[in-house]
Design a protein around this ligand. Structure first.
Ligand code: DC
Length: 335
């Protein structure tokens, strides 16, 4: 038997809001724990006193949990507690590693028994965030998800299908049929398109600009963000990108904005690209980085920006080891 915790909030005390929030929470718990309703032995819900228009347990029954005992209770009015909050505990006939789910700003009150760690690292190209994220994940022995690779794979698929990248309708069609998977082998992320490993191909310099272009489209972002949230809901991970702390995982406690001067970033990229045998010039890389920074931070949907509650890490004069140490210490302070 295992207990799975979760919580969510509603925007207002209305039956529809409560139905929607409870249904979403239970569906996310089911997905994150690969759970079938038949395995649920009983389901207990509690809510804050400002929820009066519908029993959350009734919403749970309507959401498909009709065959197990359900229980709703009222939480005491604790000073400073989150408003309009619904908590749940499911007892499940299984021996899985329970994955708790917290949505819509609801907080996990028992971190000591639910130790999932989700770390968001955002920043511009060449800031050192990917190196830091990889090393951090390795040291903490948790998964690393490079979200840039996902947008790069979308761009590569458009190139393969000879799509005009300024035509959103064509890109949308590509996104409807794209067969993109992320797998892990020997601790390394493998990006698969149509079942074939494209992890190297998506690193080509021309794909960088194209990834920045396709990532501005809502149809691309919606699909990628959904995949990213599913991964973060099921396991501890370090996720790096442009909008992780602001948009993909806005509720995570551990957010970092990794940055460095344009010149330092260009120099790093120049050394990396040369080592890979690409024929690049430093001046072109500076231009390329400025152009990508501009596009990534000026786009309408989920632009690159530092989340208000993120810790800024300027790596211009830091070694990769110092960067990871700094981030690790900041995480440690919170857990
Ligand atoms: O991190 P990278 O250079 O591999 O990312 C390639 C492009 O993908 C980047 O220019 C913008 C886009 N991207 C994004 O929009 N959101 C993310 N979370 C990650 C990358």
């Amino acid at each position: 038997m295992v207990a799975i915790r979760g919580a969510t909030t509603v925007a207002a005390d209305t039956p529809d809001e409560i139905r929607g929030a409870v249904k979403e929470l239970l569906n996310e718990i089911k997905a994150a724990n690969h759970l079938s309703v038949q395995k649920v032995v009983c389901l207990m819900l509690s809510s804050t006193g400002d929820i009066t228009s519908l029993y959350p347990a009734k919403a749970a029954r309507e959401a498909g949990f009709a065959d197990c005992p359900l229980f709703s209770s009222l939480e005491p009015p604790i000073n400073g507690a989150l408003r309009l909050c619904i908590r749940v505990m499911l007892l499940v006939d299984s021996d899985i590693d329970a994955v708790p789910v917290y949505l819509r700003g609801a907080k996990n009150l028992r971190r000591d028994i639910t130790k999932r760690l989700v770390i968001a690292l955002d920043g511009p190209a060449g800031s050192g965030k990917t190196t830091a994220a990889k090393n951090l994940a390795k040291q903490l022995n948790i998964l690393y998800l490079d979200t840039g690779a996902m947008y790069r794979a979308c761009a590569l698929e458009c190139v393969r299908r000879k799509i005009d990248l300024s035509d959103e309708d064509s890109v949308k069609q590509v996104m409807e049929n794209i067969d993109l998977k992320i797998e892990y082998a020997e601790g390394r992320q493998i990006t698969l398109l149509d079942g074939a490993d494209v992890s190297e191909e998506i690193r080509r310099p021309e794909i960088s600009q194209l990834a920045s272009k396709v990532s501005a489209f809502g149809c691309v972002r919606r699909k990628m963000v959904e995949m990213q949230r599913r991964i973060a809901a099921t396991m501890s991970c370090v996720m790096d990108g442009r909008d992780i702390g602001t948009n993909v995982l806005p509720n995570t406690e551990h957010k970092f904005y990794v940055t460095a001067s344009v010149e330092v970033r260009a120099k790093r990229r120049f050394v990396e690209d040369k080592a890979k045998g690409y024929n690049v010039s430093y001046d072109n890389i500076v231009k390329d980085i400025r152009e990508r920074d501009r596009r990534d931070s000026e786009r309408e949907i989920a632009p690159l920006r530092c989340a208000e509650d993120a810790v800024v890490v300027d790596t211009s004069f830091m070694t990769p080891e110092e960067t990871v140490e700094f981030i690790k210490n900041k995480i440690q302070e919170k857990i």
